[in-house]
Write a protein that binds this ligand. Structure first.
Ligand code: MRU
Length: 343
């Protein structure tokens, strides 16, 4: 079986990834034939977005298994998993997908078709992602009123998943159900996922989108121009605290101040049941050039000190609801997240 979406293609022998570093100007695919090439693609953000990196890592695991030549397979696969894990620390979907692959590996160690079984599992994770996003979309669309303006941050769309998206899945489903919506896409400095990616994919779908700079959101909320905020997530703690792209926390504070509902749309695989609160979420720190440069040009003085945390954590009290494929979770989050994980 194969898989082919705009974001990624599994050819049977390689993983082709749309190079998101080059969007919106160039549509070019990068072909990964080894697990190390997949790890590089995740680290360098050729592929990005929590669900998409999880799926890419699963295919990387399959490629890694095929690369094994001699020696202990278990030891080799431990190394493969390690290489794929050591790419980006915040999105839990990466570890979730690799744990799932490893479980299948150990369960079928003696099976002579182990290679095919692993490939099937990776494809299953990929196809499930699309189904999950459609379910998130259906559940979330009910919360969106006809004629509303929705603010989103970063890119939690088809490009951040195998297809359809989480936050943008909610928007797509609302549009498919006949609702008229208008989207404000935060540009999302420093990496510009909003301006480059969200704007690109929504325009392709014919959905009305305005790019705004990150510092405009508060004022637009104050003027009553935003009806809801919908964002994705990289990791959700058991109490509902949510890590997402840097700047999400500021939006949540502004939304509360201006009585705008703040929704997180994410698959349940983004919930990390091993952590109680957001304090335990590791936050990736990325290179300084992302801040000192914009569009390839230096915008800050040479030698200046820089901070570049790629994510922040929004505490549960600022979140109106978490939209998952299994339903909409409302406060009290800890209790209701536990309930939904048991479903
Ligand atoms: O650094 P990125 O581009 O991988 O960050 C992506 C985000 O923060 C997304 O909002 C999140 O992964 C959800 S994607 C469905």
């Amino acid at each position: 079986m194969r898989l082919k979406t705009k974001t990624m293609e599994w050819t049977g022998n390689s993983l082709r990834l749309l190079d998101q570093r080059k969007l919106p100007f160039i549509e070019k695919y990068v072909e990964c034939r080894t697990h190390e090439e997949v790890a590089h693609a995740i680290k360098e953000m050729i592929v990005r977005g929590a669900p998409a990196i999880g799926v890419a890592a699963a295919f990387g695991y399959v490629l890694g298994f095929r690369e094994h030549k001699n020696g202990d397979t278990k030891e080799w696969m431990k190394q493969v998993k390690e290489t794929l894990s050591r790419t980006r620390p915040t999105a839990v979907n990466l570890f979730w997908a690799l744990d799932r692959m490893e479980k299948v590996f150990f369960e079928n160690l003696k099976n002579e078709n182990l290679g095919e079984i692993l490939e099937e599992e990776a494809l299953k994770i990929a196809y499930e992602d699309i189904e999950t996003n459609r379910a998130i979309g259906r559940n979330g669309a009910e919360l969106i009123e006809d004629g509303s303006t929705i603010l989103t941050h970063c890119n939690a769309g088809a490009l951040a998943t195998v297809d359809y998206g989480t936050a943008l899945g909610v928007i797509r489903a609302a549009v498919e159900s006949g609702k008229r919506v208008r989207i404000f896409a935060d540009e999302t400095r420093p990496y510009l996922q909003g301006a480059r990616l969200t704007a690109w994919e929504l325009m392709k779908d014919g959905i009305e989108v305005y790019v705004i700079t990150d510092n405009m959101a508060g004022w637009l909320m104050k003027r009553g121009m935003i009806d809801a905020v919908v964002v994705g997530a990289d990791r959700i703690a058991l109490n509902g605290d949510t890590a997402n792209k840097i700047g999400t926390y500021s939006l949540a504070v502004l939304a509360r101040r201006n009585s705008v509902p703040f929704y997180v749309a994410a698959p349940t695989s983004t919930i990390d049941p091993t952590i109680k609160s957001g304090d335990e979420i590791p936050i990736e720190e990325r290179r300084a050039e992302e801040v000192t440069h914009c569009g390839g040009s230096r915008i800050a003085p040479e030698g200046v000190k820089v901070l570049n945390p790629a994510f922040d954590v929004t505490e549960n009290s600022l979140i109106t609801a978490i939209i998952t494929e299994k339903g909409v979770i409302r406060p009290p989050f800890e209790e209701n997240i536990k309930k939904i994980l048991e479903v």
